[in-house]
Design a protein around this ligand. Structure first.
Ligand SMILES: [Zn+2]
Length: 278
């Protein structure tokens, strides 16, 4: 039996090069073009769970290790356990290590159920985007001026004008002038449970990538100082053990909405405190 090549199937089952860790069909993932100017009109769909989030946030290291892998940051399940973040905290702000620092820096990604008005026949897809778009959307939601823009009846489309200036992406985000109901009520049955799209961070893999990472200036021999065990134990004694923040990984797992809300809040706070919103 000789089979023939099926390009469509291959495309569908090849992980996206940018976010290969997502457990989501490539078909179902949408990201805006980073190379050309375009105006997008998207409808953010209503909440996929009772937690009431319009976006799932994630921390990601893009292109680390010798083979340039993209991985979910282990700090999402335990503060301070990510080796890349530990080094980054150490060398951040030091001009000498600028290239290394920006290369391994954790990036925030957000995922929302949306319909792209240019690909209506696809129905609901998962949109992957960065903080430069997440925060304007959140401000639109929080302002109270436009109501709940994700509402199926009273919500509004979202317009994003993207311009590429000198290689840099500049986005303007604003709500449509008038509320409109969604064009197809079947979309409500197509919502992706975003609690299932991120794998649990793989600390073993991240450590392996860390060992093989080709630093440009930073020398791994001058390893960051890990607090000694005694100090750590004392810290633990002084503070009652906190449950580590949980990250939902599968449908089977019962996910507390509070822990996810907390996570989103923490992500926001961290983002606000970082100067460089990219
Ligand atoms: Zn990290």
């Amino acid at each position: 039996m000789v089979y023939t090549y099926n390009r469509e199937a291959q495309d569908k089952y090849s992980p996206s090069s940018r976010e290969p860790f997502l457990t989501l069909d490539k078909d179902k993932l949408f990201a805006m073009d980073t190379k050309k100017d375009h105006q997008y009109r998207l409808r953010i769909m209503t909440y996929w769970s009772k937690a009431g989030l319009f976006a799932l946030g994630a921390k990601v290291h893009f292109g680390v290790g010798i083979d340039k892998r993209s991985v979910v940051c282990p700090n999402m399940i335990g503060d301070g356990i990510c080796p890349f973040c530990q080094v980054q905290a150490k060398i951040r702000g030091d001009k000498k290590y600028e290239m290394d620092s920006s290369e391994v820096r954790v990036k925030f990604r957000y995922y929302s159920n949306i319909v792209n008005m240019e690909t209506l026949s696809k129905g609901v897809v998962v949109w992957s985007y960065g903080p430069q778009i997440f925060f304007p959307i959140k401000q639109i939601m929080d302002s109270g001026e436009y109501g709940d823009i994700t509402h199926p009846v009273e919500g509004r489309d979202l317009l994003i004008k993207r311009e590429i200036r000198m290689g840099r992406v500049v986005d303007a985000v604003y709500p449509a002038g008038n509320p409109t109901p969604i064009a197809d009520e079947n979309w409500l049955d197509q919502l992706v449970n975003l609690d299932t799209i991120l794998p649990e961070p793989d600390i073993k893999l991240v450590e392996k990538l860390f060992k093989s990472h080709p630093w440009k200036v930073y020398e791994p021999t001058q390893r960051f100082v890990v607090p000694n065990t005694v100090e750590r134990e004392q810290e633990n004694l002084a503070e009652p053990a906190k449950p580590s923040p949980s990250i939902p990984v599968s449908q089977n797992q019962d996910v507390s909405p509070d822990s996810r809300m907390d996570r989103v809040k923490r992500l926001e706070e961290k983002l606000r405190s970082s100067h460089n919103l990219e």
